[in-house]
Design a protein around this ligand. Structure first.
Ligand code: ADP
Ligand code: MG
Length: 658
């Protein structure tokens, strides 16, 4: 039962208050078929919108089935609309690009009284004579057929009251008669039918005609008395769980989101581009970064963790750096004496190094020369893959023998196009800074640490390097292989003190002697790669934020474009929460599609790097999942505001939206 008690409605236009309804008092009983007639602009639609809970009163009171809607929350109002009221609009308001069946089933997403929506929708379309048009979209249907779909939709949630605002206004007389027949049939099933029309002929088909003029009731005539005794056989409501309804609705939202994305293909692609690029670069950087880190770690581990490298720093007196000539210099004897005096040293070798030019026939390149003792082979695990390392006698006799690293070998012996080493380098004569050397071995591959290529190297005996090539009388560093990892720290202190004593370095001069072990170097490497990771993460976050703003932008456009749809959904009983989730799902779909494409492209890029450049690539599942999660999170974050905007829209204003 609907009771209107002195209902007034006014709008303020340009500061002036215009009264539309001037105190309408009207009681509509269950099972009535009532027509509200009046000239255009008399306030019929306004009255219907108020009775249909789409609009609010300015004054007066409305009571529906014993409840005053003014006291209800948005969610309770939505629930009442979903379960009690069915709307048929003059403009049909069907969802475009959506089948008749799905259009009819739409209200079931907002009600827990519908068991199997698709089956029921089919039955209803059957009832309105459209069983042969189930999969047609509104664009493929005539006006009369669209209106019949709209009526079937109004019946979906089995409401007790049906409002129809000029349902025949846009139809030819044949369709008009059909539609009126359907309303008559619904009324005979016990539904209250409230029909708005400006056409007296149409109104005459109702049992009661209320005439409205200038917001007031002019007359209220009952032609065919409602037989109070006639039993009203409403279908008994079925109940399904909230969970079922939510799953059903999210499924429909998901399909609708995909439809909307696909129907605006280019636009959707452009809006997901930011996310796509962000995720692709994230994946590429993570994959290459983790690969490089693992590579470096492997190589450092290959150097031996018992390695200590002693070198001299700049000597300082107070804060003033002294002339390098005054700084401490290590000599060849340091190494030998150290090994004798300090317990636990397995091998030690002085090392000199410098840049040299190497020439073989017409090939000429610059490389690093290392001079060391034969023990260097074990300290650095440098057993040659071809030929052999030099011996003590080579060192003593300052022989001009050299071992070459792989990169150098490729540079001087390799084919310029393929890089393959055709001849066996062992036994060849090469020129190192104008001195002729014989190659006696090829060093094993050591890879690169950071930017340094450890294979671009030539190793010669220490005495040869010092006297014949570099002309040094002091050594650059001493490399020490300890017998065990234990006590590395105390041994380091011991060695430091030993050198200080021998070279009479004061304790104040902290920087004079530097001793590094592999743990230090690894730590430094780890720190560098951590800094890199933070930097990369920052770049990824920035690109995802930019991508997210792109998604937000397109979602705001979508919400504006679909304002009428939002109004319709609210009229059909959608709660603000349901609208919020619908648009969130859509923005998540956009950003996650971008994310998935980005992951695909990122993986492809890393594979190209690993196939063509031979880089080590490490893609962990957590990196992929993280990238996926990131894109999803940005969809939620940046979709929230547009979705919130949509959920807060006023139903009647949205339905009127142009
Ligand atoms: P009808 O009887 O033709 O359905 P309506 O109820 O739609 O008439 O409108 C009645 C009057 O109220 C019209 O003059 C219209 O201009 C005015 N009106 C309706 N909605 C609004 C609104 N949102 N703002 C201002 N005026 C409105
Ligand atoms: Mg109207």
């Amino acid at each position: 039962m609907i009771v209107c008690n002195g209902i007034k409605k006014s709008y303020s236009i340009g500061g002036e208050t215009v009264a539309i309804l001037n105190g309408v008092t009207l009681t509509i009983h269950p099972g009535e078929f009532i027509a509200i007639i009046g000239p255009s602009g008399s306030g019929k639609s306004t009255l219907m919108n108020i009775m249909g809970l789409l609009d609010t009163v300015s004054d007066g009171e409305l009571v529906i089935n014993g409840v005053n809607p003014a006291h209800l929350s948005d969610n309770e109002l939505a629930r009442l609309r979903a379960t009690t009221i069915g709307f048929v609009f003059q403009q049909f308001n069907l969802l475009p690009r959506t089948s008749a069946l799905d259009n009819v089933a739409l209200p079931a997403n907002y009600s827990n009284h519908v068991d199997r929506p698709q089956g029921r929708a089919q039955t209803l379309l059957n009832t309105v004579g459209l069983s042969h048009r189930l999969t047609h979209t509104p664009a493929q249907l005539s006006g009369g057929q669209q209106q019949r779909v709209a009526i079937a939709r109004a019946m979906m949630n089995n409401p007790s009251i049906i409002f129809a605002d000029e349902p025949t206004g846009n139809l030819d007389s044949g369709s008009q008669a059909d539609i009126m027949g359907i309303f008559n049939h619904l009324n005979s099933q016990g539904k209250t039918v409230i029909l708005i029309t400006h056409d007296a002929e149409v109104a005459a088909m109702a049992h009661r005609v209320v005439t409205l003029r200038d917001g007031e009731i002019l007359s209220d005539i009952t032609h065919t008395p409602r037989s109070v005794d006639r039993p009203i056989e409403l279908e008994s409501p079925t109940n399904v769980s909230i969970y079922t309804v939510v799953m059903r609705r999210m499924g429909a939202d998901f399909r609708q989101a995909l439809r909307s994305i696909l129907s605006h293909g280019l636009r959707s692609f452009l809006s997901m581009l930011g996310i796509l690029i962000g995720v692709a670069s994230l994946i590429t950087m993570l994959g290459l970064g983790a690969g490089a880190k693992q590579d470096i770690e492997k190589r450092l581990a290959g150097l031996g963790s018992n390695l200590l490298i002693v070198s001299t720093g700049t000597s300082r007196q107070g804060a003033v750096a002294m002339d390098p000539g005054l700084s401490t210099r290590l000599d060849v004897m340091d190494s030998a004496l150290l090994k004798k005096d300090i317990h636990g040293i397995a091998e030690a070798s002085p090392v000199v190094s410098g840049k040299v030019r190497v020439r073989y026939r017409n090939k000429n390149t610059s490389t690093n020369l290392i001079g060391a003792l034969p023990q260097y082979e074990f300290i650095r695990a440098m057993t040659p893959t071809q030929g052999q390392f030099f011996s003590q006698s080579d060192h003593r006799s300052r022989r001009r023998v050299a071992l070459i690293g792989l990169t150098l070998a490729k540079n001087i012996f390799g084919d310029p196009t393929t890089g393959a080493i055709n001849d066996n380098p062992v036994g060849k004569q090469i020129c190192i800074d104008r001195t002729i050397f014989t190659v006696i071995g090829l060093l094993p591959e050591k890879g690169s640490t950071g930017f340094r290529d450890n294979d671009d190297v030539v190793v010669v005996p220490l005495s040869t390097a010092m006297n014949r090539v570099l002309g040094k009388t002091f050594v650059d560093s001493i490399e020490i292989e300890m017998q065990s990892r234990e006590d590395l720290d105390t041994k380091q202190v011991e060695i430091n003190e030993w050198i200080r004593k021998r070279h009479r370095i004061s304790d104040k001069d902290d920087d004079a002697i530097r001793i590094r072990n592999m743990a230090d170097i690894q730590e430094a490497m780890a720190q560098t790669s951590q800094t890199m990771s933070i930097l990369l993460a920052a770049i990824a976050v920035i690109s995802l934020v930019v991508g997210g703003i792109g998604v937000m932008n397109i979602m705001l456009v979508t919400v504006t474009e679909r304002t009428r749809e939002i109004g319709l959904r609210k009229a059909l009983g959608a709660t603000p929460g349901a609208i919020l989730t619908q648009f969130l799902i859509e923005s998540i779909c956009i950003s996650v599609s971008g994310g998935i494409l980005g992951i695909g492209i990122g993986v492809t890029i890393t594979q190209i790097f690993s196939q063509t450049a031979g880089w080590l690539v490490v893609l962990t599942p957590s990196a992929l999942l993280g990238a996926f999660g990131f894109s999803m999170a940005s969809g939620i974050c940046f979709g929230f505001w547009p979705a919130k905007t949509a959920s807060g829209l006023n139903p009647i204003e949205s339905l009127r939206h142009e």
